[in-house]
Write a protein that binds this ligand. Structure first.
Ligand code: GAL
Length: 637
C-alpha cells in the first residue's frame, strides 16, 4: 500500500472552494493498476497560502506571542474556529469523494501532531479557550486558586479574565498553572483530531483511521489520549545520531501500549534523514534491523518513507527507495528482500502479539510536570524524563525482557504483570496511590523511583516524598540532592541484589520506616544511608529506588528480581544482540538482531528451527554485523 495526500491541500483546493481531484483520481488509479491500495492522509498539516493569507489569525503564536509564519508546515492553531471550519470542509470533501472507494483502505489524520514542537499555541483564541477549559475543570475561582496554590507570588485570581496564558515572563510561572496549560493544549489536539474523525467516520464506512505519531512526539500531546479513537495506531520510525536501539525499542513498546493492540510503522526510513545534526547513511543491513525490530513489539505494518528522493522542497537530502535519478537504492534492495521474507512469515505471525510480564508506567501529565521542574537541567538534554524512563528500560532491553509501557491511570489493568515499574511518575493522586497499593496487595512487585508521587494531580506536594505513597512503600525521603553532570555517588546492595553501581544525578536520603534498606550510598555525607528500600506485603513487594539512575543500578536490581519473580527473557544474548519474540496461535517466532558492527555469537535453545528454511539450527549461531535471523521454537510444521 501507499500513503499519499498528507501535504497536498494546495493541490486539492488550489483556490478557496475550487476542488481539484483529477490528479488524485489519476494517482489512485495508477497505483491500483499495480495492485497497490491507498491510505489517504488528510492534508491539514499544511494550510495552503490562500488560506493563511486570507486568515492570518489561524497562525499559531509562541510564548512571546510572536507569530509562527506560513511557508513551512504545521503552522496553524488547533483551536482557531476559522481553521477548524476549513478543516471540516476539506476533510468532508475528501471523505465524500473517496469514502467508499474500495482502493482506499484507510485514512491518516493530519501528520505528526506536535512535531517541530508545535504542540502548544499562545494566541488569544487559546487564551479564551484556556479560561473556558479552566472554568469547566474547576467550577469556581476559589477551587482554581486552591489547586494552583495561587497565593504564592500573589497570583490570587478574582476574575476568570485575569488568568493569563503562561507566556514569556521574567521568571518561572506557577507550575500548576503551566501543567494545566499543557493539559489544555493536549486536549486541544485531541479535540481537533476528533473533529476530523467525526467528518470522516460517517462517510468512510469501516475503513480504518490512524495517525502517524512522531518519534518522541507525544512530549507535548498525550499520545494515549490521541490514540483512543484510532485503530491501528501508527508511528514514524526515524533513527539518527544519538537514538539507540533501546530507545527505539521503548517507543515501539509505547505504541503497542497505546491501545494494547498491534500497530503500524507509517514511515520507516531506508537510509539517511535530512533534518538531524548529522545524517549518516544506513549501513548495509540496517533497514532490516529497523524493520524486524518492530515486529516482536507488535508492528503489523511497515511503510517506507520516502518512495523517491525529492528533487524539490525542504527534504532534498532525504533518502528514498529510489534515488534522485529514480534508480533503486540499497534500501530498495533490502526492502525487497524483507518483503519476500515477510511473505513467508505471515502464516507464522498471524494472530501473534507481544507478550510481557513486566510493565512500565508513564503518564503524560507526570512527564510534563517532571520536565517543567527537572531540578537537574543537564544542558545536553532537556528531556530529563526520558533519561529517567530509559534507566530501567535499557536494563530490561539488554536482558531481552519484553515490557509493556501502559498509561499510568487506574483504568490500566496491572493484574497480569509480575512486576510494575513506575520511573519518575511525578504526579500521583491518592486514587492513583490506592491503585498501586491494590496491585501490591494482590501479590504484585512494584518498583517506584525517586520523584514518583512527589506531587499530587494538581502539582502540589501532599507531604514528605513520596507523597501519597509512604504508607505503601514504608519509606520517606528526608533530603534530595541534585548534582551537576560528572558528580556521581555509588549505591551498594546489601540484601537481595549484589554489587555496586554508579548513580547520578538525583539522590534521595531515605528514612526507612516500615521498609528495610536493601542498598546504601557509598559516598558523601550520606554514605551508609539507605538508597533503595523494600517492603513485603503478603506475596507483594514495594521497592523504592531513591535515585534517578541509569541502567547500571537497574541491572543489579533486575539480576536479582527477575529470577525471583520467574520473569523469563526471550533468550540470553551478549551485548548489542537483541532477541525478542512474538507469540501466536502457531507458536513463538524469535527475532535475533545483531545491532553491533562486529560479528556476534548466540547460543540458541535446543530445537530452534530456522523460520525460513525450516532447518534445525546449530546451538552456536554466528551472526554477522547487523545480521538478523528469524527462528521458531516449538512451532508445528
Ligand atoms: C517525518 C514526517 C515526514 C518527513 C519525514 C522526514 O517526521 O512525517 O513528512 O518530513 O519526517 O524524515
Amino acid at each position: 500500500m501507499v500513503r499519499i495526500g498528507e501535504f497536498a491541500w494546495a493541490e486539492m483546493e488550489p483556490t478557496e472552494g475550487r476542488l481539484d481531484w483529477e490528479w488524485l483520481d489519476g494517482a489512485i488509479s495508477i497505483l491500483a493498476d499495480y495492485n497497490l491500495k491507498v491510505v489517504l492522509g488528510t492534508p491539514t498539516a499544511t494550510p495552503p497560502p490562500w488560506l493563511t493569507t486570507a486568515h492570518p489569525e489561524v497562525l499559531p503564536r509562541d510564548e512571546h506571542r510572536r507569530v509562527s509564519h506560513a511557508g513551512s508546515r504545521r503552522h496553524y492553531c488547533p483551536n482557531s474556529p476559522v481553521y477548524q471550519d476549513y478543516t471540516r470542509k476539506i476533510v468532508t470533501a475528501m471523505a465524500k469523494r473517496y469514502g467508499d472507494d474500495a482502493r482506499v483502505i484507510g485514512w491518516q489524520t493530519d501528520n505528526e501532531f506536535g512535531c517541530h514542537d508545535t504542540g502548544r499555541c499562545y494566541c488569544d483564541v487559546c487564551l479564551r479557550r484556556f479560561r473556558a477549559w479552566l472554568q469547566e475543570r474547576y467550577g469556581s475561582l476559589d477551587a482554581l486558586n486552591e489547586a494552583w496554590g495561587s497565593v504564592f507570588w500573589s497570583a490570587l485570581y478574582s476574575d476568570w479574565n485575569e488568568i493569563p496564558l503562561p507566556r514569556a515572563a521574567p521568571a518561572e510561572h506557577n507550575p500548576s498553572h503551566v501543567l494545566d496549560f499543557h493539559r489544555f493544549s493536549s486536549d486541544s489536539w485531541r479535540d481537533y483530531q476528533q473533529l476530523q474523525i467525526d467528518a470522516l467516520r460517517e462517510r468512510i464506512s469501516d475503513r480504518f483511521i490512524t495517525h502517524n505519531f512522531t518519534l518522541f512526539s507525544s512530549r507535548e500531546v498525550d499520545g494515549y489520549d490521541l490514540a483512543a479513537p484510532l485503530d491501528p495506531v501508527s508511528w514514524d520510525n526515524y533513527h539518527f545520531h544519538g537514538t539507540t536501539p533501546s530507545i527505539l525499542a521503548a517507543i515501539h513498546d509505547v505504541r503497542w501500549a497505546m491501545k494494547s493492540r498491534n500497530y503500524w510503522v507509517m514511515e520507516q526510513q531506508v537510509s539517511n534523514v535530512t533534518w538531524a545534526p548529522y545524517n549518516p547513511t544506513f549501513r548495509p543491513g540496517e533497514v532490516g534491523l529497523k524493520v524486524w525490530q518492530g515486529v516482536p513489539p507488535g508492528a503489523d505494518g511497515m511503510v517506507y518513507f520516502r518512495w523517491r528522493a525529492a528533487r524539490l522542497g525542504a527534504e532534498l537530502y532525504h533518502s528514498g527507495l529510489l534515488n534522485h535519478g529514480v534508480r533503486p537504492t540499497r534500501g530498495y534492495a533490502e526492502a525487497s528482500e524483507i518483503g519476500q521474507t515477510l511473505n513467508k512469515l505471515v502464516p507464522m505471525l498471524e494472530g501473534s502479539v507481544p507478550q510481557a510480564e513486566v510493565d512500565l508506567l508513564q503518564g503524560y501529565a507526570s512527564r510534563w510536570s517532571f520536565d517543567l521542574q527537572p531540578h537537574n537541567r543537564d544542558s545536553r538534554d532537556d528531556e530529563a524524563f526520558r533519561r529517567a524512563l530509559m534507566g530501567p528500560c535499557e536494563a530490561l532491553w539488554v536482558r531481552n525482557v519484553p515490557v509493556h509501557i501502559l498509561p499510568a491511570c487506574s483504568d490500566s489493568d496491572l493484574s497480569g504483570y509480575k512486576a510494575v515499574i513506575a520511573p519518575a511518575l511525578n504526579l500521583l493522586s491518592s486514587k492513583g496511590a490506592e491503585w498501586l497499593a491494590a496491585y501490591v496487595r494482590h501479590g504484585g512487585t512494584l518498583v517506584v523511583t525517586a520523584r514518583t508521587g512527589f506531587k499530587d494531580e494538581r502539582g502540589q506536594v501532599p507531604g514528605p516524598p513520596p507523597g501519597h505513597l509512604p504508607e505503601l512503600m514504608g519509606v520517606t525521603a528526608e533530603e534530595f540532592d541534585s548534582l551537576p553532570p560528572g558528580r556521581v555517588n555509588h549505591v551498594r546492595f546489601v540484601e537481595g541484589a549484589t554489587g555496586s553501581a554508579p548513580v547520578s544525578p538525583w539522590f534521595e536520603v531515605l528514612d526507612p520506616g516500615a521498609a528495610r534498606s536493601v542498598a546504601v550510598y557509598e559516598d558523601d555525607y550520606y554514605a551508609g544511608r539507605p538508597a533503595v528500600t523494600m517492603r513485603e506485603l503478603g506475596q507483594g513487594r514495594a521497592i523504592y529506588v531513591g535515585v534517578l539512575a541509569g541502567s547500571d543500578l537497574y541491572s543489579l536490581l533486575l539480576d536479582w528480581l527477575l529470577p525471583l519473580l520467574d520473569v523469563g527473557a526471550a533468550l540470553e544474548t551478549r551485548d548489542g544482540v537483541e532477541a525478542m519474540a512474538r507469540v501466536g496461535p502457531a507458536g513463538k517466532v524469535l527475532f535475533l538482531l545483531n545491532h553491533n558492527r562486529a560479528p556476534a555469537t548466540v547460543t540458541l535453545l535446543e530445537g530452534t528451527i530456522d523460520a525460513l528454511t525450516k532447518e534445525p539450527m546449530a546451538r552456536q549461531l554466528e551472526l554477522g554485523p547487523r545480521d538478523v535471523r528469524i527462528s521458531t521454537v516449538g512451532m508445528d510444521g
